[in-house]
Every structure is written in structure tokens, then in C-alpha cells.
Design a protein around this ligand. Structure first.
Ligand code: HEC
Ligand code: HEC
Ligand code: HEC
Ligand code: HEC
Length: 450
């Protein structure tokens, strides 16, 4: 994907959520929670079971309904997930399959597990079709037990959840779900071998990606049923969950190794993939590493550290120290890396728990934006992956300021112009990314910020 185009598309669709709210629906911060839709035993009945005109298959949104009811049409036309299976027939997929020695991408579980709702055959209902791609039930859970119950007059959200509807509204659980494909983990992973065959590089940000896939309205009845949405909270939770997944892959005895080397997909891609003639190495205090070393991709940890420096400075400090220790440990050996990774994982989980009880109000947004920008000016976004997350973060925070009404329309317009004219262009070409240009853009945003 081209991350800057994702960010740009988002900026055009001004978010309407209110900010500064509580986290009632957040489950425990760790990896625990209900089984993912791909893991539970409920049968998946197929998109056709949702798509009737009186259900979710209306052409227009219903004005008086709690939900839009045109979700199917929206999904078909706007949601890339509806095309995810078809993608496996395109030239890029054919080339990937050929290089990996697969007979066909659309028949390989390795691809189908993330590009379709690839539940076991005996869990597929009569109307189920693999070719529907990432369908409603791939996210909302197999509908076997809740399909008829959720339309009953006395249906409640809690009741639906009990019958196997997946809690997509809960940020931790949503993050687990999205990241199970948008990064991978225990049972599926885009390995460096898959990347090496040509799979696009992956980067995820929960708030941005949620907005891009929004087929529902944040109206008062939504808040009443599911809690008040908060993009900044989603961003924070997404960073904690992604950091957790990255460490989990590094520590996993099965996925963490690839022969002589560790699984490279959790390392900074551009640390290896750039021209030798560039002589572009420079020190980053946050890693403490010297030249010529493969770096763990700490982009999510970097964001989480800035968030926690405001939410809970003690944990923020620990994250900074333990990230440094992990980087150092990767130059020592496997055992040292494991120990450092475990220590860091405990702090990431502590961060996740602290975020549960936290309300992001105006002062905190200010402080987090300040910390993010200072970190950049201090040279922490030398790596493209860090800058990519920082740019999505800056954009999300400015959107939150806009929603809160704390800034004048002129201030917002100026910040938006600096993002469009300086920050996003600095991200356009990942192969020729220049950290100094990105820092210049951050300085302009700092000058335009209140
Ligand atoms: C762990 C999940 C996962 C696995 C495994 C996986 N993919 Fe993907 N794939 C994704 C995600 C997520 C994206 C979208 C990335 C983005 O845009 O951020 C993607 C994007 C792609 C794209 C680009 C799509 C486009 O619209 O340009 C192709 C092509 C592709 N995958 C092919 C494959 C093939 C072939 C396989 C099997 C060898 C495979 N993928 C395995 C998750 C996965
Ligand atoms: C990639 C994951 C994904 C897919 C695919 C998906 N959804 Fe959703 N859906 C979500 C998320 C995330 C939310 C917002 C959180 C919530 O309210 O549960 C949501 C919310 C909804 C809502 C609730 C709106 C409200 O006001 O409570 C409905 C209804 C819905 N989706 C229907 C569908 C239908 C029908 C399909 C298939 C045509 C579909 N979704 C496909 C992730 C997905
Ligand atoms: C079953 C695996 C799977 C799950 C679960 C999943 N995705 Fe995806 N997602 C994909 C794949 C594969 C693609 C690429 C599809 C394509 O290009 O045709 C994709 C593409 C996207 C894109 C478009 C990215 C771009 O580059 O334009 C967004 C946005 C997105 N997903 C958001 C989400 C969100 C939000 C969630 C969680 C609520 C989620 N996804 C859950 C597999 C998944
Ligand atoms: C430790 C160094 C290292 C890291 C880190 C690394 N790669 Fe690689 N990558 C390699 C090597 C070595 C090859 C094989 C090159 C060859 O065969 O000529 C390769 C091959 C590739 C190729 C195929 C290039 C080609 O010419 O066909 C792609 C694409 C790729 N990597 C993407 C990635 C992505 C995306 C990441 C980050 C998630 C990443 N790599 C991280 C070392 C690395």
C-alpha cells in the first residue's frame, strides 16, 4: 500500500466522532478476549444471508433505523475487503504464488487465510462462498447462533455478543481482529519469504484504517448501545496491540526464526533495503545501535512511548529504557533478546491496562502532539516506518483537535496545509525517504500548532 495515500484519503473524510471519552467497552489489554471469527466454531452462513433488501442490502441508508441497512452495497462498492479474494487472481498474486512454488494463490491456505473468510468446510453454510472474500462474518463472527436472534424486537447488543457476534466496537478486540490479518500473529503471518516473493509491505494504524472502512454512523444511538467512539483512544490501543503482536512474533519459537536468521518481517525493512551507495546511516538515540546492525522495527513502540509519556510517565519511561535494552540485546544473542522482549512485553501490557482507564482530553492531546514532534526533531524518525506512524498520528491528533472545537478554523486550515504541503509529500517515496525533510515538516507543524 502507499501509506501516504491512505492518510490523505482519510484527511478528506473529516471524522465526526466526539473525543475525550471513557473506555467502558475496552476489554483487558492483553491478547486475551473472545475467539476471533476465524477461530470460533460457529458456522459462517455467507454474505447472501445478510444481503436481503430488508436486512443490510438496501440501496439507500434507512433514515429511521439504528443502523444504515445499506452495509452490503457499501461493502461491495467501497470496501477493499470485498475484492480481497479476487486480488488472488491478479498478476501480482500469480507472480507471488509462482515464486513461492504454490500451484495457485486462490487455492493456497497461506493466502486464503487473510484474503477470504477461510473457515473449515464443515463450518460453511449453504449460502457461503469463498469468492465473497472478506465478508461480513470474517469480522462480525459466524452468524449461526445470532442471525435470527439479532433481529428480534427484544435483541440487545450484549445478547448478540453472547450468541457469537464479535465485539468489533471494543478497541482492543477490534485491534486484535484487524491485526490478525494486517500484521499476522500466531496462526497466520506475512513472512519475509512472502514479502520477498513480492507481497506489499504492511503497516497498520487502527484509527486511520477504521475510518477508511467505516460503514456505520457514530450517532447518539450508536453511543448509547456501544459507548462513545474516540479516535485517539483507538490510535493508542492500536499501537499497544501492534507492539504486542510484533514482540509476540519475535518471541514465538515457531515464527520467530527462519533457519539461521530470525524472521525478518519484524525488523525494519529499509535497514536492509536501500542502496549501499547512499551512506545514509545516522545515529538514533532510541536504539543506541551503531552502524551496520539490523534493527527491530520499533515504530509502534515509539508511538506508544509518546502516548504513555503523558498517560502514565512511569510506564513511558520503562518503555523507552526497555526498547533500548531490546535493541542492544539483539546484538548480543537469542537468549538476551528473549529476556529483553519478555520484559518489554510486560510493560506494553501495563500500558494497555493504563489506557483502559484513561480519558483523552484537550491537555493530553496537546502534550502528546508536543512529545511526538519533539521526538521527531530529536531524530527518532530516521526510519521510514517510524515516520509513517508519526504522520498518521499527527493527522489523527489534529483531527481530534478539530472535533473538540479547541482550535479556530484558521488554525486547523493552517495545520492541514502544513500536513498536505510538507508532511505527506515527505513520505511519498519510501525508497528515497529523507529524515531531514520530514523533520522540517514537523517543525512547520510545531510552528502552526497552538
Ligand atoms: C497475514 C495475512 C496475509 C497473508 C498470509 C497474505 N496476505 Fe496479501 N495482503 C494482506 C493485507 C492486510 C493486504 C493489504 C495491505 C495494505 O494495503 O495495507 C494484502 C495485500 C495483498 C496484495 C495487494 C492487493 C492490492 O489491492 O494491491 C496482494 C497482491 C496480495 N496481498 C497477495 C497475497 C498472496 C498471493 C498471498 C499468499 C501467498 C497473500 N497475499 C498472503 C494480508 C495477507
Ligand atoms: C473488516 C471488518 C468488517 C467487515 C468485512 C464488515 N464489518 Fe461491519 N463493522 C466493522 C466494524 C469495525 C464496525 C464498528 C464497530 C461496531 O459498531 O461494532 C462495524 C459495524 C457494523 C454495524 C453496526 C453499526 C451500528 O450502528 O451498530 C453493522 C450493522 C455492520 N457493521 C454490518 C456489516 C455488514 C452487513 C457487513 C458485510 C456486508 C459488514 N459489516 C462487514 C467491521 C467489519
Ligand atoms: C481476514 C483478514 C482481514 C481482516 C480481519 C481485516 N482485514 Fe483489512 N484488509 C485485508 C486484506 C487482504 C486487504 C487488501 C484487500 C485488497 O487490496 O483487495 C485489506 C485492506 C484493508 C484496507 C485498505 C488498505 C489500503 O491500502 O487502502 C483497510 C482500510 C482495512 N483493510 C481496514 C481493516 C480494518 C479496520 C479491520 C478490522 C476492523 C480489517 N481491515 C480487518 C485483510 C483483512
Ligand atoms: C536483514 C535484512 C532484511 C530485512 C530486515 C528485510 N529484508 Fe527483504 N530481503 C532481504 C534479503 C537478503 C532478500 C533477498 C534478496 C535477493 O534474493 O536478492 C530480501 C528480499 C526482499 C524482497 C524481494 C526483492 C527482489 O528483488 O525480488 C522484498 C520485496 C523484500 N525483501 C521486502 C522486505 C520487507 C517488506 C521487509 C520489512 C518487513 C524486509 N524485506 C525486511 C533482507 C532483508
Amino acid at each position: 500500500m502507499n501509506p501516504s495515500s491512505v492518510v490523505r484519503r482519510l484527511i478528506q473524510s473529516v471524522a465526526v466522532a466526539t473525543s475525550g471519552v471513557f473506555l467502558s467497552t475496552m476489554a483487558l489489554a492483553g491478547a486475551s478476549g473472545p475467539l476471533l471469527p476465524s477461530q470460533s466454531n460457529d458456522a459462517h452462513l455467507g454474505v447472501a444471508s445478510c444481503a436481503s433488501a430488508v436486512c443490510h442490502g438496501s440501496v439507500q441508508a434507512f433514515p429511521d433505523s439504528t443502523v444504515r441497512r445499506n452495509e452490503y452495497a457499501w461493502w461491495q462498492t467501497n470496501d477493499p475487503h470485498a475484492q480481497a479474494y479476487q486480488v488472488l487472481y491478479n498478476d501480482a498474486s500469480k507472480a507471488i504464488a509462482r515464486k513461492l512454488g504454490l500451484s495457485a494463490a486462490h487455492e493456497a491456505d497461506m493466502c486464503l487465510d487473510c484474503h477470504a473468510d477461510n473457515v473449515p468446510v464443515d463450518q460453511r453454510g449453504e449460502k457461503f462462498q469463498l469468492s465473497d472474500g472478506i465478508s461480513c462474518e470474517a469480522c462480525h463472527g459466524g452468524a449461526e447462533r445470532w442471525l435470527s436472534a439479532h433481529t428480534a424486537p427484544d435483541a440487545s447488543h450484549a445478547g448478540n455478543l453472547e450468541l457469537g457476534l464479535y465485539p468489533t466496537e471494543a478497541p482492543v478486540q477490534r485491534a486484535r481482529l484487524c491485526l490478525s490479518c494486517h500484521l499476522g500473529g500466531e496462526d497466520k503471518l506475512i513472512t519475509h519469504r512472502i514479502m520477498g516473493a513480492g507481497h506489499p509491505r504492511i503497516s497498520f494504524e487502527l484509527d486511520t484504517f477504521t475510518e477508511l472502512q467505516r460503514h456505520y454512523d457514530y450517532d447518539p444511538d450508536y453511543s448509547e448501545r456501544k459507548g462513545v467512539p474516540d479516535g485517539v483512544r483507538d490510535w493508542a490501543v492500536g499501537q499497544a496491540t501492534a507492539a504486542r503482536n510484533m514482540l509476540g512474533i519475535l518471541l514465538d519459537p515457531q515464527h520467530g526464526r527462519d533457519g539461521l536468521f530470525p524472521e525478518l518481517v519484524v525488523f525494519d525493512c529499509h535497514a536492509c533495503h536501500h542502496a549501499m551507495s547512499k551512506r545514509q546511516w545516522g545515529r538514533r538515540d532510541g536504539t543506541g545501535l551503531g552502524p551496520g546492525v539490523v534493527r527491530f522495527n520499533d515504530a509502534y513502540l515509539l508511538m506508544l512511548r509518546h502516548i504513555m509519556s503523558v498517560v502514565n510517565p512511569g510506564i513511558g519511561q520503562r518503555l523507552a529504557e526497555q526498547t533500548l535494552a531490546l535493541h542492544r540485546a539483539t546484538t548480543v544473542g537469542r537468549q538476551a533478546t528473549h529476556q529483553a522482549g519478555e520484559n518489554l512485553l510486560a510493560s506494553v501490557d501495563a500500558a494497555g491496562s493504563a489506557l483502559q482507564a484513561y480519558r483523552f482530553a484537550g491537555d493530553a492531546l496537546d502534550a502528546i502532539l508536543g512529545s511526538l514532534i519533539e521526538g521527531g526533531i530529536a531524530g527518532e524518525y530516521r526510519d521510514y516506518a517510524g515516520a509513517e506512524q508519526a504522520s498518521m498520528a499527527v493527522q489523527g491528533l489534529i483531527a481530534a483537535f478539530e472535533r473538540s472545537g479547541a482550535l479556530s478554523p484558521e488554525q486547523i486550515a493552517r495545520l492541514t496545509a502544513e500536513m498536505d504541503e510538507s508532511m505527506f509529500p515527505a513520505m511519498d517515496d519510501e525508497e528515497n525517504y529523507r529524515p531531514s525533510v520530514f523533520v522540517g515538516a514537523l517543525r512547520k507543524i510545531q510552528a502552526a500548532a497552538p
